[in-house]
Design a protein around this ligand. Sequence first.
Ligand code: UN1
Length: 502
Amino acid sequence: MRPTADSSAKEAEAAPPIRSLRHLVAGQWRTGDGEELVDLNPARPHETVAVGRLARDRDLDEAVTAAREAFPRWAATPPHARGRILDRAAGVIEAHADQWGEELAREEGKTRDEGVGEVRRAAEIFRYYAGEASRPVGEVFASPRPGEQIHVVHRPVGTVAVVTPFNFPAAIPAWKIAPALGYGNTVVWKPASLVPLLAVRLAEALVEAGLPDGVLSLLIGDGSLGGRLVEHPGVDAVTFTGSTGVGRGLIAACGRMARPVQTEMGGKNAAVVLADADLELAVREVLAGAFRATGQKCTATSRLIVQEPVADAFLAQLTKRAAALRVGDPLDPATEMGPVVTLEARDRIQHAVDAAAARPGVDVLTGGRRYDDDRTAGAFVPPTVVELAGDDPLWREELFGPVLAVRRAGDTREALALADDSEFGLSAAVFTDDLRAVTAAMDGLEVGVLHINSETAGADPHVPFGGARQSAYGPKEQGRAAREFFTRTTTVYLRGSGGPLL
Ligand code: UN1
C-alpha cells in the first residue's frame, strides 16, 4: 500500500512498539553504553523500529575472553549434543517466522513474504547443521607401512569472528553461525548495524535453545567495531560477507596476522538469454533475479545479455513487466518490491543511474526516475532497466539496487564472452536448451554458481556457495563445504607399539 495521508495516520497508530536492542556477552544480555543507535524503517524513515546503544571495546574484550573460555568445553561436547541445540534453535526460529519476518521487513525493507521466507530459510540452515553429527567426521587413508592406518580428523578452529551484512539479516548469519557452532567453535558476532533487531532475535533463539554461556556473543556496533573484532588478538578465524572494499581490507589485515579468513563480497551477475530460450520463463526469472529483495543481493542479476534475434521481443516484455511491478510498503501484501535499505543508498543508486543516462549510448528503457508521489519520503528506487551500446560503468560497478544493465550479443560465443566480462564471478544464468551453449558456459564462465534456465540468485543450504575472482576469498560456505573453513585437520599416523598383530 502506498501510504496516503489517512492510511499513514492509521499505520502510525497501529505501529508495533519500538524494540530495545541488546548485546549478548558471556551469556548475559546488556544494554551497552556506547553511542545511541536508532534502527529506522526504510519505507517510512520517520518510523523507529528499535533503539539501543552501540557496544564498546570493553564489551568486545569481554566477549572474546568469554568465547575463548567457553571453547574447550564446547569443542569437547559431542556433536550430537551440539546438534540438538542447533535443532532446538531451528524450532524457535521457525515458530517466530511470521513475527520476525515482519520485523525483518520493517528494518531492512524487503517484502513481508521475503522476510518470512528468509527467517524460515535460517531455520532450515540450523537444521541442516544439526544433522552434521550423523555424517562422516573425517577420512581414513591406507598406509604404505604394515599395521598402520592414516586418519584425518577434523577439529574446530577456536573462536571465530562473524561479520555479516544488512541484506540477509537472518540467512547469512545462520549460514555462518550454524556451521561455526556445529563444528565446535565459539563465535563473536558483529551484524550490520542497519539490521540489529533480527540479530537480537537469532541470538535469543540460540539462548532459548540452551546454548552455553559465552559460546555465542552478539555485539551491535559500527564498522570500526567490526574492524577491531577482526584484528582482536583472541580471534582465531574470520568469516565476512559484505562489500568488496571492506572485504579486501579484512583480507589484508588477516594476511598480516596469518589468520584464516573467508569473505563473500560483490557480484555483477549476468543472465544470458539465447535465441532459443523459453522467453516467458526467462522474463520471469530475470525479473526475479534483478528485482527480488530490491536487487540487494550479491547474487542479484545486474547484467543481462540478449541475443539479437530475440532482443526486441524480450526487452519489450521485460520492461513492460518491470514497469508494472508494485513498489511500495513491504508490509502491504500487494507489494512486489520494497525500498532499498536507506535514503543514502537510494540517492547513491539514483545518482549512478542519472550519471549513466547522461552518457551517449545509454538508453533507460524503464524506471530511472525518482518517484514524485507519496513514495518520495521513503528509500524507494523504481525497477530500472538500462540498455548500453558498449562498455560503461553501469556494466562494471555493483550498485546493489534494482538496476539491470543490458547489452545485445550477435552469437552464443559473444554472449558468453560478455557474461564473463567482469572482475566479479559470483553467479550467472543462461537461458537455453542448447547443449553446446550449456557445456560452454559450464567450462568457460568463471563463476561460483551457475544456473541453467533459472535466476542468478538462490543458495540451497546443503550445497557449496561462493564466488570466483573478486567475489570471494577463501573456502566456500554452506553444506559440507563449510567444514573446510570451520575446522582444521590433523593427520594421524596410527599404529600399535608392537608391530602388526596379523
Ligand atoms: C541468495 O541468493 O539467496 O549477500 C543468497 C548476498 C549473498 C547471499 C545470496 N551472500 O546477497
